[in-house]
Design a protein around this ligand. Structure first.
Ligand code: CA
Ligand code: CA
Ligand code: CA
Ligand code: CA
Length: 334
């Protein structure tokens, strides 16, 4: 998550990445990566080691809301994310008003930081960064390291909808637009080819109906949950699906992931790829099933202690039932 900084104090958000090579608060860059005391993430806006909320350095709700969409756990309250519990690296580049808080070059530094610290997929719900070589080279570096980059087609609330927005419009980046509740393009969602690749359901802006939008996590002073619209909330659904695919096989290439997502998308509008919907609506289950069919058993899944004990009970009870079954077999009723 390269965004506005995340409030991990929310009860559904605890999936924060930790830099285990760095000791906190000793004033020393222990892992020699150029960032002092970055034991968890980095704030590229204020150039400090805390991208989350601070009394002296408040943040916008944007990233906290997106993180819920990606990683909120499957529990008995609130919401559930597309990829429950997936680890989130929090790199801040948007200021407290949700505008560009860094130079283009510093955005590039954030991208490079994420790649060098092991990120698997990027969510860049950013627009209006320039078409700039100052961070495009870092996106190319991410792709070269097999990191998939997801961004947005962008929002234009009045006029000028068919315009590219960066970083989404770079050909190496998956640009995601938003649909409304009725499988139409959302009113604000920028479109156009060749940059529009996939769509995800978010809801309309002009005729905003909360029950027809996404409910996700908000930081104080807002309610713990709320509704919002924008292509910013389409991209994380695609990033979440990629996280699920990579949890089956971590070594999948960027091209392979893009091909699967394009081929499994639900075609909307004019047949095949078109300017409003790209390849169509993201289809999470079809993409994950296709990945599973290619790679079989998940490479990193393990049985939890609970699953192990359930399995043991099943085995024991099966053996316990065999003599009973045999006895029944031996004394058939006439
Ligand atoms: Ca460091
Ligand atoms: Ca340190
Ligand atoms: Ca800060
Ligand atoms: Ca179509």
């Amino acid at each position: 998550m390269i965004d506005s900084g995340i409030d991990f104090s929310h009860s559904e958000l605890f999936q924060q990445w930790k830099n285990t090579d760095e000791l906190p608060a000793d004033g020393i860059d222990n892992d020699l990566n150029g960032y002092i005391d970055d034991d968890h993430d980095w704030d590229f806006v204020s150039n400090d080691s805390e991208p989350g909320p601070q009394a002296v350095d408040p943040i916008h709700w944007h990233a906290t809301y997106i993180t819920g969409i990606i990683s909120a756990p499957l529990n008995d309250y609130g919401i559930v994310g597309v990829a429950p519990n997936v680890t989130i690296m929090d790199l801040r580049v948007l200021d407290q008003t949700n505008y560009q808080g860094t130079t283009d070059e510093e955005l590039g530094d954030a991208i490079k930081y994420a790649v060098d610290n092991g990120a698997d997929v990027f969510n860049l719900s950013l627009q209006y960064y320039a078409n700039s070589s100052l961070y495009h080279d870092d996106i190319l570096y991410a792709i070269s390291q097999n990191v998939t980059v997801v961004s947005v087609t962008g929002n234009t609330w009045a006029g000028g909808l068919e315009i590219p927005s960066y970083p989404g419009a770079f050909s190496e980046v998956i640009a995601v637009g938003a649909t409304n509740y009725f499988y139409q393009k959302a009113d604000y969602s920028n479109y156009g080819l060749p940059w529009t690749e996939l769509m995800a359901p978010v809801g309309d802006g002009e005729s905003f109906v909360p029950s027809q939008t996404i409910n996700s996590t908000f930081p104080p002073p807002y309610l713990p949950y709320g509704n919002a619209v924008g292509t910013s909330f389409a991209a994380p659904q695609v990033a979440g699906v990629i996280a699920l695919m990579k949890s089956i096989n971590k070594t999948m290439t960027v091209n392979e992931i893009r091909t699967i997502l394009q081929n499994t998308a639900i075609d909307l509008g004019a047949p095949s790829i078109d300017i409003y919907f790209g390849y169509g609506l993201i289809n999470a289950s079809a993409a994950v099933i296709e990945t599973y069919n290619r790679y079989g058993v998940p490479t990193i899944a393990e049985f939890s202690p609970l699953q192990k004990s359930i399995l043991l009970i099943l085995i024991i009870s099966t053996f316990a039932l065999i003599p009973i079954a045999l006895r029944k077999f031996k004394t058939p009723k006439m």
